[in-house]
Ligand binder design. Structure first.
Ligand code: NAD
Ligand code: MG
Length: 389
């Protein structure tokens, strides 16, 4: 029996994780959960799963939830400290880190430092603090299992020894697939006028709003490229982005002998989540197996960085190193938020990120606290740039 702490339970990944847990009551027990503002959804989760501890990071929502509940056996907490507390609580052996954005960094880092099995959906943690995060995984003996579908696919396609942290093994290249998002075929001119509604309508995956916009701008692929480099100890040149609009192949590993090993499946996050929960075994996830006779074609293309500048900016930030990826991430979070609120245009997202990166001087990374300060500073800078647009 595994005991689980689910951070970001009310979100898209959270919902998929709850679905798997519910299918295997003899294997998984939900001990603690977190949400932010959606107390109604949290109320339902409490009734369905009866967790022992609930964190609503938004204080007002925690109060409202408490009032709405007549069951007083559930402990309701609020604030960042409470998130960290449930992430490192010795009762839970497994932490699913599915909060969106830099808001998820401190709790996922705490889970790693407590030596947990960590199912990492929050890619922003690795983008912001990759070096510190991966050193902590080693130092505290945590088991880090990527939930991001591409990284989960790479993890499944690598040799077992590589997964244990030994490099070499004839791995030549990682082929990171990208659906290309809803605007793959749009011209520069068409991109100027796209709306938030169009951006969040992803052709293959149903996801939270922020990652949906990131997929549309290809910033998601940029963040994932950085994520892959940290997870698998790679250089940017070792990773090739391959646009594959059908999202059937979730990524591949190319070997010295000419073999290419791919992981395939229907695009449903329950597969990588189930794999992370049950690893090294496999369990039912509710995902239908692929029907190859229904697949018309699998196509592959290069990514166009001139139309999708965010991908190039992410590569640049990673090459610059230091605090630059944290600046990129914070600026992007603010820009996406402004776009979703109709305050800036879609193509302004890249402009805000680029300008923020050039306005703040790069520095060495020393601590998670410093990176959280950088996050605040870069957000302030990005907001100023947005106001001036
Ligand atoms: P979502 O928006 O659906 O859910 C986000 C969760 O984070 C919610 O539970 C919300 O309550 C919580 N949250 C939001 N702001 C918060 C704050 N300030 N403090 C604390 N908690 C907060 O997002 P999602 O699509 O589930 O994505 C979650 C993470 O997983 C992201 O990092 C995303 O990049 C990654 N991911 C998602 C998918 C997907 O298919 N949805 C795929 C790969 C990776
Ligand atoms: Mg992904």
């Amino acid at each position: 029996m595994k005991t689980i702490c689910l951070l970001g339970a009310t979100g898209s990944i959270g919902t998929s994780t709850l679905d798997i847990i519910e299918r295997h009551p003899e294997k998984y027990q939900l001990h603690s959960v977190s949400g932010h503002k959606n107390w109604q959804k949290m109320h339902e989760i409490i009734q369905r799963f009866q967790p022992k501890v609930v964190v609503m990071s938004d204080e007002q929502s925690a109060l409202t939830l408490k009032e709405a509940m007549n069951d007083s056996t559930v402990e309701v907490l609020t604030g960042e400290d409470a998130l960290i507390q449930i992430a490192k609580d010795p009762i839970a052996d497994t932490v699913v880190a599915a909060i969106v954005g830099s808001a998820g960094l401190q709790s996922s880092y705490a889970a790693v430092c407590a030596g947990k099995r960590v199912l990492l959906a929050n890619k922003e943690s690795l983008v912001i603090s990759g070096q510190l995060f991966m050193s902590a995984v080693k130092k505290y003996g945590a088991t880090l299992l990527p939930v991001d579908s591409e990284h989960n696919a790479i993890f499944q396609s690598l040799p077992f020894d590589y997964q244990q942290g030994k490099s070499g093994q004839g791995v030549k290249k990682i082929l990171l697939t990208a659906s290309g998002g809803p605007f793959l075929k749009f011209s520069q001119q068409q991109l100027e006028n796209v709306t938030p509604e169009q951006a969040v309508a992803h052709p293959n995956w149903s996801m939270g709003q922020k990652i949906s916009v990131d997929s549309a701008s290809l910033m998601n692929k940029g963040l994932e490229l950085i994520e892959a480099c940290w997870l698998f100890d790679l250089k940017v040149e070792d990773v090739q982005v391959v646009v594959h609009p059908q999202s059937i192949i979730h990524s591949m590993v190319s070997y010295a002998d000419g073999s290419v090993i791919a992981q395939m499946g229907n695009p449903d996050m329950r597969t990588p989540i189930a794999y992370g929960l049950s690893y090294p075994e496999r369990i039912e996830s509710g995902v239908e197996p692929l029907d190859f006779f229904q697949i018309n074609q699998l196509t592959f293309d290069q990514a166009d960085e001139s139309r999708f500048e965010c991908l190039a900016l992410a590569k640049q930030a990673f090459a610059q190193g230091g605090i630059m990826p944290a600046i990129l991430n914070a600026a992007n979070e603010e820009a996406v938020d402004a776009f979703l609120n109709n305050n800036i245009a879609f193509l302004d997202i890249a402009k805000v990120v680029k300008q923020t990166m050039s306005n703040i001087k790069n520095d060495e990374v020393v601590s998670i606290d410093q990176l959280m300060q950088v996050d605040v500073l870069a957000r302030t800078e990005a907001i100023n740039i947005i106001k001036g647009m």
